[in-house]
Design a protein around this ligand. Sequence first.
Ligand SMILES: N[C@@H](CCC(=O)N[C@@H](CS)C(=O)NCC(=O)O)C(=O)O
Length: 205
Amino acid sequence: MSITFYFAPMSTASTVRWSLEELQIPYEGVQVDIKDDADKKTKLGPVNPNMAVPVLVHDGVAIFESAAIQIYLGETFGVDKGLYPKPGPARGEALKWLVWANVTLGGAMSRWLGNTQGPQEQRNAAAGAQARKDLDRLIGMVEENLGDRTYMLGDTVSLVDFHLVSFFQWFGFCGVDFAPFPQLGALIGRCSGRPANQKLMAAET
Ligand SMILES: N[C@@H](CCC(=O)N[C@@H](CS)C(=O)NCC(=O)O)C(=O)O
């Protein structure tokens, strides 16, 4: 088996890098300088027409989109290792949160960042304020799901927690305050303390 993983530190690839570490999957890492067009063209050109990280190439097949990679890793390696649910309703819950993180939560984050920290001429204050409200509502959904659960899917940690917490670590770096969300704050603390995340943070920050 061969796995090559294209990544950049402090990017969407960090979610996948964390999962690879947790799953203890050996891989060859290819670091891409996403600010350098030539480096992107050379390294990503052959594997991702979107010219973005992360990309996971498994036995010659290139997979892009972080949520797709998490799902693939979960199905292929995660069930046996107890980090991803078997097919069934719990699998449905995992899929729901993984896709939601990228599409809905990530979409609101992009709108907020674009309208508040993007190029001046592209900012719209009202759209930025709306995106910030949306973010709080969406983060509130995670808080509500956690309720008295320890992890997103219940008592057992899973790739869903790594994916979501990775997003929230990024949000934290961008100035989002999690004080109003104590259950989520506890989840972030629990997952950030894991050796795999500590190793990732030491490598990327
Ligand atoms: N929806 C994609 C987003 C991929 C993406 O935008 N990656 C960024 C880094 S966070 C990138 O490589 N950008 C390349 C660029 O800035 O040109 C995913 O989740 O994989």
